[in-house]
Structure formats: structure tokens, C-alpha cells
Write a protein that binds this ligand. Structure first.
Ligand code: HEC
Length: 81
């Protein structure tokens, strides 16, 4: 599983807030559209801040855009409403 192979889980859990928002909250916030997948994949690669608070997500330049999109698609499937 890609998310487990990277450092994502040091900052994210599915249901609990850690350094970053819980993946379930991310899934509930964004509709599973092509545009959102691209937007979030880019954010994983480049890093970013300001959507969930003032803490920044570190950039992940070694994650390819294809793999970042796969990670986003996995995360968005956790939606529960
Ligand atoms: C250093 C801690 C850290 C690591 C490592 C990290 N994240 Fe994050 N992540 C964050 C923080 C903090 C935010 C909230 C950023 C914001 O408010 O804009 C976030 C936000 C996100 C978002 C939502 C972005 C948005 O704009 O709503 C996604 C999706 C995400 N992370 C996925 C990942 C994935 C996949 C990985 C592994 C490749 C990862 N994160 C690794 C801290 C981290």
C-alpha cells in the first residue's frame, strides 16, 4: 500500500487527527472528481498549508504524480457520508 510505504502515516491516521487531518475528514470534504484528485495529488507532491490550519504538510518530491493520484483515490474512498 503506497500510503503505508511513504511517511504519510506519521502525520495522518484514518480517524484521528495527528499532525494532519484524519483521512476520513479529507474524504468527506472533497468530492471524488478528477479535478479534486489532481488538486490533492499536487498538494501531496508540493506540500502546502492553510486548508486545515496553520500546520504545513511537507512536500513529497519523490512521490510521482501517478502515485500521488493513487493515494488520493484511496483516501477519498474512506468517505462516510
Ligand atoms: C509532516 C506531516 C505530514 C506528512 C508526512 C504528510 N502530511 Fe498530509 N497533511 C499534513 C498537514 C498538516 C495537512 C493540512 C494542510 C493544510 O491545512 O492545508 C495535510 C493535508 C493532507 C491532505 C489534504 C490536503 C488539502 O488541501 O485538503 C491530503 C490528501 C494529504 N495530506 C495526504 C498525505 C499523503 C498521501 C501523505 C504521504 C505521501 C501525507 N499527506 C504526508 C501533514 C502531513
Amino acid at each position: 500500500m503506497l500510503v503505508a510505504q511513504s511517511d504519510c502515516l506519521t502525520c495522518h491516521k484514518v480517524d484521528e487527527k495527528l499532525v494532519g487531518p484524519p483521512y476520513r475528514d479529507v474524504a468527506n470534504k472533497y468530492e471524488n472528481t478528477e479535478a479534486n484528485v489532481k488538486l490533492l495529488a499536487e498538494k501531496i507532491v508540493k506540500g502546502g498549508t492553510g486548508v486545515w490550519g496553520q500546520v504545513a504538510m511537507t512536500p513529497h518530491p519523490t512521490v510521482t504524480p501517478e502515485n500521488a493520484e493513487k493515494m488520493v483515490k484511496y483516501i477519498l474512498l474512506l468517505k462516510n457520508k
